[in-house]
Write a protein that binds this ligand. Structure first.
Ligand code: HEC
Length: 120
C-alpha cells in the first residue's frame, strides 16, 4: 500500500488548527478569569476606600500638598464649618467657583465627607 504523500502535510495542518483552537479556547478562559479578578479587585478598592489616601491623590493638586490650600481653599476645618451635608453636595456636584464635582465615586462620598468633617 502506497501512502498518500499529502498525509504528513494534512496531519501538520490539522495539528496547527487544533493548536489555534486550543489556544483561543484557553484565551477565552483566561480573559474571563482576568475579568473576574478585576471585578474582585474593584470591590476590594471600594471596601478599602481610604479618604486620606484618596485626598493625597486627587485633591492635593488644587488644595495644596497638605490640603492647606492652593487654588482651592484650605480644607482643614472647612468640613466642620460647612457641615457634612454641604460637603457631600460639594463632592457630588462641585461648585460654580471651580471645585469639580464627581471626583469621589458616589459610594465613597459618605466616607469622604465624614473624613473631611473631622479634618482639623
Ligand atoms: C481642579 C481643582 C480642584 C480639585 C482637584 C479639588 N478641588 Fe476642592 N475646590 C477647588 C476650588 C477652586 C474650590 C473653591 C470653590 C468655590 O469657592 O466655589 C474648592 C472648594 C472645595 C470645598 C469647599 C466648597 C465650599 O462650598 O466652600 C471642599 C469641601 C472641597 N473643595 C473639597 C475637595 C476634595 C475633598 C477634593 C478631592 C476629592 C477636591 N476638593 C478636589 C478646586 C479643586
Amino acid at each position: 500500500m502506497k501512502r498518500n504523500p499529502l498525509i504528513p502535510y494534512l496531519l501538520i495542518a490539522f495539528l496547527g488548527i487544533a493548536l489555534v483552537f486550543f489556544l483561543s479556547v484557553k484565551g477565552l478562559g483566561d480573559a474571563k478569569e482576568i475579568a473576574k479578578e478585576k471585578e474582585g479587585g474593584g470591590e476590594k478598592v471600594t471596601e478599602k476606600f481610604e479618604p486620606e489616601a484618596f485626598a493625597k491623590q486627587t485633591c492635593i493638586g488644587c488644595h495644596g500638598n497638605n490640603l492647606e490650600g492652593g487654588t482651592g481653599p484650605n480644607l482643614h476645618g472647612l468640613g466642620a464649618k460647612l457641615g457634612k451635608d454641604k460637603v457631600k453636595d460639594v463632592l457630588a456636584n462641585g461648585t460654580s467657583g471651580g471645585m469639580p464635582g464627581g471626583l469621589v465615586k458616589p459610594e465613597n462620598i459618605d466616607a469622604m465627607a465624614d473624613w473631611l468633617v473631622k479634618l482639623k
